[in-house]
Ligand binder design. Sequence first.
Ligand code: ADP
Ligand code: MG
Length: 391
Amino acid sequence: MAETSAAAASALFEQAYGGSQAGLWAAPGRVNLIGEHVDYNAGLVLPIALPQRAYAAARPRADRLVRFASAGLPGVAEVDLDDIAPGRPADWSRYPAGVFWALRRAGHDVGGLDLAFASDVPIGAGLSSSAAIEGAAGAAVSDLFGLGLLADDASRAELARLCQRAENEIALAPTGGMDQAAALRCQAGHALNLDCRDGAVAQIPFDAAAAGLVLLVIDTKSAHALGDGGYGARRADCEQAVRELGLHSLREIAPDELGAAVANLSNDRLRRRVRHVVTEIERVRRSVVALRAGDFALLGELFDLSHASLRDDYEVSCPELNTAQEAALAGGAIGARMTGGGFGGSAIALIEAAAAGAVEDAVRAAFAAAGHARSPACLAAVPAGPAGRIA
Ligand code: ADP
Ligand code: MG
């Protein structure tokens, strides 16, 4: 699959622009083990990079144009470097175009470029296809214009921050920084324990296979219209709670202060939102301890608690995600939860390898029985490496 997308990016480059590419770069999608809706609350997250990647074939231009093609989409989008602005370009190319804008804003000298993408990260499945194309574009630009932003973790953190700016300010998607950090800073065989308060990371070994386990990603193939507005509304709830409590972020509330803190909030909805955020950050801490101890039973329990909190307190789950979670557990999973922003997208399940087939069957059967419109797609997630040059 990966080779196919790499070859597809190169083939599209030739077809769209003629001649040969100067190089080929790739950046991974990600799945978050735990720590949901906490990145914008200065919390802790724990994603792994996926083997599924967005590939970008690229070649510098002599002028100030950037052009973008993507396998499966018609035509070539183009924009002058000076015309990139909030909401411009209007189509999908605003994501990679935004990376050029953010780099220039940060004082980097970048010129025109032709780019051709092909990706095997499913789009809109909660596996971060958007940060994958940003990361692939950022990696290509950094190498072709000698910016050195892939050299070490500190410079990768800077590039991740700029990719997030691109998504927030040009693509106008108000996401936290987890996805871009995962695409650029994850290491193979490890989960990335990212502290969103200061960008500090710890690499936590994660080898499910060695423990006889599989981490199954269940793409529910559903996306609810509520999603976009719902994400903004949850952020607004957190901001209101922060104001009412006189804090800088919900991260400042220690687990044992939760009761006292929520007592000061003006309504029950905010109390439940804050309870999710504070307990979820604590679950990430406990998951790191569990991983370091090889205690997958505890990790599974924390997955279940996270799902319940997202479903009941944060209210970002949906029928398809609940079906996936419940059916995975009923089919024998050690733990399962929705992952990503919610309102559709993917769930994850931690499963004894021998039971993986049975869990997949149970999930498919449950989707059919529930009458969900689409059948889910499953993939086994292995922690892969970060964005970089391929050829
Ligand atoms: P995800 O969870 O997959 O990141 P988002 O809504 O954040 O979902 O991003 C999906 C958007 O990113 C798409 O609607 C599209 O605009 C853009 N995108 C992602 N991958 C590609 C691609 N390979 N080609 C073109 N656009 C892409
Ligand atoms: Mg995204």
